[in-house]
Write a protein that binds this ligand. Structure first.
Ligand code: TTP
Ligand code: MG
Ligand code: MG
Length: 410
């Protein structure tokens, strides 16, 4: 049975962090702006209401540029460049601090806007996704235009989209007409639009492989497409050589992998020595607060809010008890989580030393889908049977040990 040709879109936000900042500082539109400063790059509001911005030339330190506006790129300033080096190229560029919470929020907003078209979305990071639009009715160009409009309505930001027969081409294509690009690639476009590109534009050909390719005279995708398979095999091994030939011809069968939503997020800690519920109360209380705050940070970093707070206690005899409480509204606030967790804690008789303490928030939803809900108020308590076993951790749980701190996503 002949299968329907797939239509895979890759969407990538334009100058993402910088564009989010311009929503907040619209007076900077059209200027060279660089994101990556610390606290001392926070703009100063003058008595007359105008703002004074930090300039790149005043920057001292070892920071790197996270991103820059297209105006700054025209001066040679790009992501990952050292800020001092960037200052030499664009001394008058405006410098702003990074605000990951804001970028995460807008990331959630644009993804939620795309989800109104389809659930067939693969999350590829803070500002990009693959979308399988095969089953969305309409011309590819129209579907892409509709998605771009929905993203713009939800965020005020522009993105670039390429629709292609597979992920490989869609990813390459979304860069071709940036910013605000809308690109359609068919197999017939490969010689004209893909082959002239440097080989490193292919996702999966990293700087090292590109260097090795250059050493054997292969700079462009076209040269790769013409290369002798045996030659590639001697330099790259059978598998990678075979893959190189496939990608040079724009072939890729990978499916869009729909990202599963986490069911809960939790933090737990096992104490170095078992703690006494009264004698060690100050330490316990401090650890308890810390866990609640950490879970709140995890939720905010990943862009979720949750409605059910749970705690877990393991005693020195390894007996484990859990309790949870559902609140009236979703939250990602450490203080709210602590209040809920404290209610849970009150329901556990503390008669033995404590070995482990854990805090979990479940009943999650993306923060972007939360309206302006009122602060959560406790509504009802739900108690597990006394002496219940450690609750099963769901396969999708974003579970992290206390000392295993994840870095913010790049
Ligand atoms: P990109 O999508 O690579 O870049 P961009 O959105 O800024 O610009 P473009 O229009 O070319 O897509 O990365 C998304 C965000 O990730 C970017 O705004 C900042 C951050 N980032 C870093 O922090 N360090 C980096 O080295 C890169 C490349 C990006
Ligand atoms: Mg981008
Ligand atoms: Mg990107």
């Amino acid at each position: 049975m002949a299968s329907v040709p797939r239509r895979i879109a890759h969407l990538d936000m334009d100058a993402f962090y910088a564009s989010v900042e311009l929503l907040r500082y619209p007076d900077l539109r059209g200027q060279a702006v660089v994101i990556g400063g610390g606290r001392n790059a926070i703009p100063e509001t003058l008595p007359d209401g105008s703002r004074r911005y930090a300039r790149l030339r005043d920057y001292v330190g070892r920071g790197v540029v996270t991103t820059s506006t297209y105006e700054a790129r025209a001066l040679g300033v790009f992501s990952a460049m050292g800020m001092m080096k960037a200052a030499k190229l664009a001394p008058d560029a405006i410098l702003l601090p990074t605000d990951f919470d804001a970028y995460r929020r807008y990331s959630g907003l644009f993804k939620a806007a795309v989800r109104t078209f389809t659930e067939q979305i693969e999350d590829r990071g803070i500002d990009e996704i693959y979308i399988d639009i095969t089953n969305i009715e309409g011309e590819a160009r129209q579907v892409a235009a509709d998605i771009k409009a929905a993203v713009n309505d939800a965020t005020g930001l522009t993105c670039s989209i390429c629709v292609a027969p597979n992920k490989l081409l869609a990813k390459i294509g979304s860069e071709l007409d940036k910013p605000n690009g809308l690109t359609i690639l068919t197999p017939a476009d490969i010689p004209l639009r893909i082959w002239p590109l440097p080989a490193r534009k292919v996702n999966g050909i990293g700087p090292k492989a590109a260097e090795k390719l250059a050493a054997i005279g292969i700079e462009t995708v076209a040269q790769l497409a013409e290369a002798d398979l045996a030659l590639l095999q001697t330099h790259f091994g059978r598998n990678y050589a075979a893959w190189l030939v496939e990608v040079a011809h724009g072939r890729d069968e990978r499916q869009v992998v729909v990202s599963s939503e986490p069911k809960s997020m939790s933090r737990e800690t096992t104490f170095e020595r078992d703690l006494h519920p009264r004698g060690d109360r100050p330490v316990l209380s401090e650890q308890f607060t810390k866990l609640c705050m950490r879970v709140g940070e995890d939720l905010r970093r990943k862009g979720y809010v949750g409605r059910t707070v749970g705690i877990k206690l393991r005693f020195d005899d390894f007996h484990t008890v859990t309790r949870d409480l559902t609140m009236t509204a979703h939250t990602a606030d450490g203080g709210d989580i602590r209040r809920g967790a404290t209610e849970c804690l009150k329901r556990i008789p503390l008669e033995r030393r404590i070995r482990l303490l854990g805090v979990r928030v479940s009943a999650l939803m993306p923060a972007a889908e939360q309206g302006d809900n009122p602060a959560p108020v406790q509504e009802a308590f739900r108690f597990d049977e006394d002496g219940s076993e450690d609750s099963q951790v769901d396969a999708h749980d974003e579970r992290q040990e206390e000392d295993d701190r994840a870095e913010p996503p790049a």
